[in-house]
Write a protein that binds this ligand. Structure first.
Ligand SMILES: O=c1ccn([C@@H]2O[C@H](COP(=O)(O)O)[C@@H](O)[C@H]2O)c(=O)[nH]1
Length: 309
């Protein structure tokens, strides 16, 4: 899958991933009304609304980008019905030939990590049958439990030709509380980055490892260092747009080959119609607004990359 990700990025000229983080407050009124009329103001109504919203966005942007990143929390908040909307979204994105990065941030003791890896990336045995479950292509993984929390994911990825992105330096304001703490004179995120590079060595695709990293767009100096620490790891970069990350700062996250990083925007794309300069599209045309936001983001990032050649 890492090879497919690289090929799609090159073909589309778009190192961009659209984050599918559908809060109900982003769902346009006409969709909400329809779903509530059909299912009432229930969890099922909410789940239907976010699914219809996602479908509209995916239809509008699927030819422009290589991948989407559904954030599972946004679905989980609506319980079982929300999780059905998550699964429907994953399957629909696959139908549209999009690579799906499940932002699930899992990781636990070995046996529990194995179950998470099975559910999200692998196949579960039920009696004599073996079946895929959520079936994302990549999952985000929390490294706090160390190697035995990561290994089950790597094993499943090897079997299924899928991949993971391990949290190394997150984009949020408090990420430094633990991640920047010095250990033997070096910040924890560097130690984790080094470990990601090691874990990834035995997991190489053609040019990049399928064990990648998450490094926030909001810490460009650290991104620059981490690119060097993990030269073969693909970096998933959240924090562009709504969290303040700027394209010009992201150039060092990429390698000389123009690859090595994929930049996520969630609210900036899916809720584009609510904000300038996209408000002119109106809520009825939310998909068109998202499409324009994606086109602008691609141009912004490519512009920054070209300016540094
Ligand atoms: O360090 C991290 C890791 C994950 N995220 C997730 O990415 C998106 C960002 O959403 P925006 O609307 O583009 O800010 C969201 O799903 C986060 O949970 C992150 O932001 N930072």
């Amino acid at each position: 899958m890492i090879n497919k990700l690289c090929e799609k990025i090159k073909k589309l000229g778009a190192p961009v991933v659209a984050g599918l983080d559908p809060m109900l407050s982003y769902v346009p009124e006409h969709i909400l009304k329809r779903s509530f009329e059909e299912y009432g103001e229930t969890l099922k109504g909410a789940a239907d609304a976010i699914w219809q919203f996602n479908k509209g966005i995916v239809d509008s942007v699927c030819d422009l980008i290589p991948a989407v990143k559904p954030q599972i929390a946004m679905y989980e908040q609506f319980g079982v019905e929300g999780m059905e909307a998550y699964k429907k979204t994953v399957d629909y994105c696959h139908e549209k030939d999009l690579i799906v990065i499940g932002d699930v941030k899992r990781g636990d003791i070995g046996s529990t990590s194995a179950a998470y890896a099975t559910g999200h990336l692998g196949r579960v045995q039920v009696g004599n049958t073996v079946q895929k479950v959520f079936d994302e292509d990549f999952a985000t993984v929390n490294p706090y439990l160390g190697t035995d929390g990561i290994k089950p994911f790597v094993d499943v990825c090897k079997e299924e030709k899928k991949g993971i992105f391990i949290l190394v330096k997150t984009s949020n304001p408090s990420s430094g509380e633990f991640q920047d703490r010095l250990m033997d004179g070096r910040p924890l995120y560097e130690w984790v980055g080094e470990k990601v590079a090691q874990w990834g060595e035995a997991c190489m695709g053609d040019s990049y490892s399928y064990v990648g990293a998450v490094v926030g767009a909001t810490y460009p100096e650290m991104g620059k260092v981490l690119r060097k620490v993990m030269p073969k790891s693909f970096i998933l970069v959240p924090g562009y747009g709504a969290q303040g990350g700027k394209a010009a700062d992201l150039v060092p996250y990429f390698n000389e080959d123009g690859l090595g990083a994929i930049v996520n925007s969630s609210r900036g794309i899916i809720a584009a119609y609510k904000k300038e300069p996209y408000a002119k599209f109106g809520a009825e045309n939310f998909g068109e607004a998202s499409r324009q936001a994606v086109l602008d983001m691609i141009a912004d990032i490519n512009g920054a990359l070209q300016a540094h050649i």
